[in-house]
Design a binder for this molecule. Sequence first.
Ligand code: PLP
Length: 722
Amino acid sequence: MISKRYAELPPLPERINRLEELAVDLWWIWHPQAREVFRQLDYPLWRHTDHNPVRMLRVVARERLEAAAREPGFLALYDRALADLEAARQARDTWWSDRYDGTHGHCIAYFSAEFALHQSLPIYAGGLGVLAGDHCKEASDLGVPLVGVGFMYPQGYFHQHLSTEGWQEERYERLDWADAPIEPAVTPDGRPCVTAVPLGDRTVLVAVWRVRLGRVKLYLLDTDLEENAPWDRELSARLYGGDRETRIQQEIVLGIGGVRALRALGSRPAVCHLNEGHAAFVVLQRIRDLLEEGASFDAALDQVRQTTVFTTHTPVAAGHDAFPFQLVEKHLAGCWGTLGEHRSRFLSLGEYTGPGGSQFNMTALAIRTSGTVNAVSQLHGHVTREMWAPLWPGTSEAQRPVGAITNGVHVPTWLSAELSGLLDRQLGTDWRERHDDPALWDRLRDVPDEELWQVRQALRGYLFAYLRERARQRWAEDHAAISSVVGAGLLLDPSALTIGFARRFTAYKRPELIFHDAARLAALLSARGRPVQIVFAGKAHPADDQGKHRLQEIYRRAIDPAFGGRIAFLDDYDLHVAHFLVQGCDVWLNTPRKPLEASGTSGMKAAMNGVPHLSIGDGWWAEAYNGANGWLIDGGVSGDDQAAADAADAAALYRLLEDEVVPAFYDRGPDQIPRRWLRIVRESIRTVTPQFSARRMLKEYVDGMYGPIYRQVEAAALQADR
Ligand SMILES: *Cc1c(COP(=O)(O)O)cnc(C)c1O
């Protein structure tokens, strides 16, 4: 049943027959020596497949493989990459094992509706997925015994296409499974893992796929099995694509099916981490399991609470799933089992009165059943404690048990190869191991301006080569109108100051803020000798027409001659596009309506590549801005008058651009090097990289949350052995 869809790769020459192993372990993504193997195997194909080694191995010419198997240079690379992979998987002395050694094989189970690991696995929509993916990669690096649980959406999230009028069209493409870096997950007795989830009055079978990330494994659930009814096969087809009924059923599959799959696979979670409320039904299955072992409801709830960790990700009300009780009752009908007599107690754990009246709220459920709860920036911590205050009646903010761990991004994934190479030469290669140590980054002061500027110029060059190639494809393959090609960036100038703005298109992110005074902006963009340009990218949620209108507005500006061809919209934003943008722009712009940006992470990726942040003091930037590492937009107007706040923030933004950003960039000596600018670039890299790394973040999760629980669970297991 499963093997039908999982295609075996064609046989490889004996000498290089472990290439497949290297291709299906996503460890290669953040290890340059492994990437180099595939680049050298067939560079045009590497580019043509958007860096997808599994697809490469399916289509690469047999002669090329045989030639590679005889090239000493290639073989040396291949041997080294495999040896490094082996070493990474088996290392005994990791950061984790030095602190939290265990003997019972316990793991940390991390549940998330999306994971962004690579563009070849389109099971993510945006920031939440990127955070989950980076969390897993870092866990592999630190040796944290983490196991991820999510969905294998056969159609993933949509591809964005813009009509000639700039209206977003969503295209769903069925993933060719043979091209995806997934394998069937197998149970300890060697059989493909399939688990059953009761949904309403029926049972849905769920297949489980495995993704390898060095030491970490990710298990992905999939309902598209022949045994299931057609509508059940479609349940896991798309990420965030369905209606409320689909959504709650997906969440039941994720929570209940996820716990069952881990049990079938022989995993023993010491901690369950719910990444956002989507996964909160995990606690239902766990309580039920404990009742079956003879515990009382209170004892079961208590034990689950002690071992569950929850992270909330947004202050936007619509970002928190709530369902009418009757919908919950309908779809959970088959799930109760021994929990049946406590049904009303369980349902009351999710009861919350919000804008839609009293509903079953997944965030309320997660908060009430998790012993440790955190927000994703310090400011978001305050906002969360206020937002959910009704859960702790009569308490002051300080008494409400919600902490904060500010997000971070996986440095080896996001730092460009060019900058990494410069750091290797200037800091010594130990910077890679110690990159979350702020003291190390003081060495950046010794990096010469010339070399830093060379890296910045090279990265901008790659962005423009990429933009131009995409515009050319549109022109040649889609027979696009010339205006669409202009909108895609045809007229951009590769040496001009380039502002990047890429994120989901939604009201609170205010993508249109920079157009508040169109004439002032047009003058700024086309100032003689000091041109400025803006590259936009981002998708609107398929159901968010308001977001699509905003996007269309931006597109109209991009093709409006008044802006001189200095605005572009790059469609189909994904991880691949994000890499080019966060590395290749000069400034990264963010203009959310404060305090609705919980953290934001694209600005961190940019800042550590020497692309300073120009942002409202919301989310992570409220902690990171130090007066010298970027710019803070502050119109000084808060409160309910949104129009007044918009006008003030826009004016503050123009002032910064006109008086500080543009002059610093174009202040050049006879050698054309912008030394004033490079001081900001250097300060941006120095301050942001260690502090906003996933390494710093994961260490906080481990020391503050996972570690203490893990020790207790291990100790209890030892006790039970005696
Ligand atoms: C980093 C990233 C995001 C999240 O960026 P925000 O700044 O949090 O909006 C979204 N999508 C992609 C593809 C990313 O790489």
